[in-house]
Design a protein. Structure first.
Length: 487
């Protein structure tokens, strides 16, 4: 039996220009500046500066003289492939790198970390050891196998096989183990370890021997699992020591660095600082919002390029070569005009979005008390200003605002609502802050399990389930009670 089905599907396809505009809106200030430089380098028809000081503003009108041609010489805009000069806008790597900085640093260049990479520094350290050619080849291979955290996460047998197949270096596990011991002598101590246990032992064995250090070494060597699970009673029985002696040994372990490579300041990556996209100030008890001026560059369309179009229009004889040239010029002019308009739309979108957020959270911005942050979701702001939720998300997820209370990521002001025992809606941010304070003040020898935390919050007027407490605790990056236990 033959059946027929009617399937209707509604789809919307965004134009290349709309996609580029959304990317511009999403970019924070530093990424936007780089994108602006790229566009100006690629498009000679786009120039910096105030256009009013160069030519009359009405030259931006859609009825520009370079759009007026005789019927026989007009260029159909449909023949112009704008995609060719709008598509090269891949998201740059620097967009994902961010650290806060102070307002006074606003106009300074981002400082760079040491120019020598982590792995190059290890290679340089090898020069301080007396090695045979074979040992050096193996040592360099081992250094190349160290990850960014400082670990070698491969078995010695795998390394032996890999050297034979890829480098033509034929050796055995004993030799590699000996060379690995040399690599593990390098700074930072702990580098070249194959797991956390070995990493901690390497660091402890480089400490000045004391009773506490010796006990710490014995704990990591013989009772590592009991230590990681914080089974302190078992450790006391195993080593026949007092609580005070065990406490001092654990303090020695807690001083160690579990990620020796991660602490290296000469990372191969360049450190960049966040440039706040907005600033909020309190002026005579009123909030004042400003958009970082670096988001509002002065741009104009090249007068020289427009003059070339006018010259073409006024010329009587128009060759094929001239027509090809004028088509290229028109592409660049159209692109420049679009980019200037897109920047203006970006400015307006950023400002109205942040302005709505500022007014929604006015009580917080006036005194900095996080308990006054209202529950706020993307739809609240979208409804206020008549923009799409996805647009609000693009602004909030990647932008920072400089406030009297520090530089804040805008998305952190958004939170869901819950009802307290008074029937009032409160922000989940407030709940998380209270939970964090309760855990900070707990007796670390008997930390609260999640069900007890839920009871404490209920007593404080916030009736939430144990699983919700667990979720908030994980969002705050706080471990379970067993892992918070201290001597």
């Amino acid at each position: 039996m033959l059946k027929q089905f009617l399937n209707l599907k509604l789809s919307q396809k965004l134009s290349p220009q709309q996609i580029q505009l959304m990317k511009l809106i999403q970019m924070p200030t530093q990424a936007f500046e780089q994108r602006l430089l790229e566009e100006m380098n690629e498009n000679p028809a786009l120039e910096g500066g105030n256009e009013e000081e160069i030519y009359e503003k009405d030259e931006f009108d859609n009825n520009d003289e370079y759009d007026e041609y005789d019927d026989n010489d007009s260029i159909d805009s449909g023949d112009i492939n704008i995609d060719e000069y709008l598509s090269n806008d891949e998201t740059p790597d620097y967009k994902t790198q961010a650290n806060n900085y102070s307002e006074d640093d606003g106009e300074r260049e981002s400082p760079l970390t040491a120019s020598v990479s982590f792995h190059q520094d290890l290679i340089n350290q090898l020069n301080t050891f007396i090695l045979t050619d074979e040992q050096r080849d193996i040592a360099e291979f081992l250094v190349g196998s160290i990850d960014d955290m400082g670990y070698i996460r491969r078995s010695v047998q795998d390394i032996v096989d890999d050297m034979a197949f890829t480098q033509g270096i034929y050796t055995d596990e004993k030799i590699v183990e000996k060379v690995l011991c040399i690599v593990q002598e390098m700074e930072p101590i702990g580098v070249g370890a194959r797991d956390l246990q070995e990493c901690l032992l390497l660091q402890l064995k480089h400490k000045t021997p004391t009773e506490s250090v010796e006990l710490a070494i014995n704990i990591i060597e013989d009772q590592f699992e009991a230590f990681t699970k914080k089974h302190y009673e078992k450790l006391l029985l195993k080593f026949l020591v007092s609580k005070e002696q065990l406490k001092k040994a654990i303090e020695e372990i807690e001083k160690l660095n579990p990620k020796p490579g991660g602490a290296y300041t000469g990372s191969s990556k360049i450190t960049e600082h966040v440039v706040p996209d907005f600033a909020i100030r309190i002026v005579e008890d009123e909030l004042e919002l400003t958009l970082n001026g670096r988001n509002a560059p002065e741009l104009h369309v090249s007068k020289d390029y427009q003059d070339m179009m006018k010259t073409y229009k006024d010329s009587k004889d128009k060759s094929a070569t001239q027509k090809d040239a004028v088509q290229f010029i028109k592409q660049k002019l159209d692109s420049a005009k679009w980019f200037i308009d897109a920047i203006k739309q970006r400015q307006e979108t950023l400002f109205v979005t942040m302005n709505a957020i500022m007014h929604f959270q006015q009580e917080y911005f006036l005194d900095g008390d996080e308990s006054k942050l209202k529950p706020m979701i993307l739809k609240d702001i979208a409804d206020m200003i008549g923009l799409d939720i996805s647009t609000i998300s693009r602004v909030a997820n990647s932008k920072y605002v400089d406030t009297p209370y520090g530089t804040k990521l805008i998305k952190d002001f958004f939170s869901e609502a819950m009802t307290n025992d008074q029937g009032e809606e409160v922000s989940t941010i407030e709940i998380k802050n209270i939970l964090e304070n309760v855990i900070a003040e707990e007796d670390k020898s008997k930390p609260y399990p999640d069900d007890q935390l839920a009871d404490i919050l209920k007593e404080k007027g916030y009736p939430i389930a144990r699983r919700t407490v667990a979720k908030y605790r994980e969002l705050l990056d706080i471990p379970v009670a067993r892992m918070r236990k201290k001597m």
